[in-house]
Ligand binder design. Structure first.
Ligand code: HEM
Length: 180
């Protein structure tokens, strides 16, 4: 008789040395695997003031040539205490030959992005290929995201945004540290 509630037999790996073995195409992004925590600052010309935030980001894989990506941010006060939930997004980074990346990222604000770029050395640089918007989403035209491993336990993130009538401008910068 079949098991009525089977567990998923192919859990994700969060470290390069954890099973399943990573697909060879993931080699340029293996340094990102795991969970990262940190803080950042954000701004945009349409906002009255800049803001401070904290964030948790996770990259994992199941042995195939893509990463599962998930990021959750929350705003923090001057004393570092949480104020309210902020941006969250999740998606898939499809690795191609020569470190090319095709990323599909969706947000609960009604924005779905396809970004393309490269993983090269310690940096992944992704820019918008296409944006799809839900009928009530804010107008987003483009983004650029740069992730840099400044050392194996430290990840910097810079995000530029062209939205609500503005050209591509700085929106976020963060410094993240690997958990564990
Ligand atoms: C760590 C991630 C992020 C944080 C902490 C963040 C935070 C914020 C905050 C605080 C605002 C002001 C409105 C509000 O108070 O909610 C805002 C506005 C906005 N953000 Fe972000 N954001 C993040 C990522 C993103 C991403 C990935 C996109 C687009 C792809 C995006 C697009 C926008 C847009 C379109 C606005 C509206 C600007 C306006 O209407 O004037 N944000 N963000």
């Amino acid at each position: 008789m079949s098991d009525p509630a089977p567990q998923h037999p192919y859990p994700d790996a969060h470290r390069p040395d954890e099973a399943p073995a990573p697909h060879a195409l993931l080699t340029p992004v293996l340094g990102l695997l795991g969970t990262w925590h940190g803080r950042g600052r954000g701004e945009y010309p349409t906002l009255d003031a800049d803001f401070a935030y904290a964030q948790e980001v996770t990259f994992s894989h199941d042995g195939r040539p893509f990463l599962h990506y998930e990021a959750r941010a929350w705003l923090v006060g001057a004393d570092g205490r949480p104020l309210r939930p902020s941006a969250r997004e999740s998606g898939w980074w499809r690795l191609q030959a020569e470190g090319r990346v095709e990323a599909l990222i969706t947000q609960p604000t009604g924005i779905a992005e396809i970004a393309v770029g490269h993983a090269e050395g310690d940096t992944v640089d992704l820019a918008t290929h296409e944006v799809a918007l839900a009928p009530t989403a804010k107008k987003v035209d483009a983004t650029r995201r740069r992730y840099t491993l400044t050392d194996p336990g430290t990840l910097t993130f810079v995000h530029d945004l062209a939205a609500v009538g503005q050209p591509l401008r700085h929106h976020l910068s963060a410094l993240l540290h690997r958990e564990g």
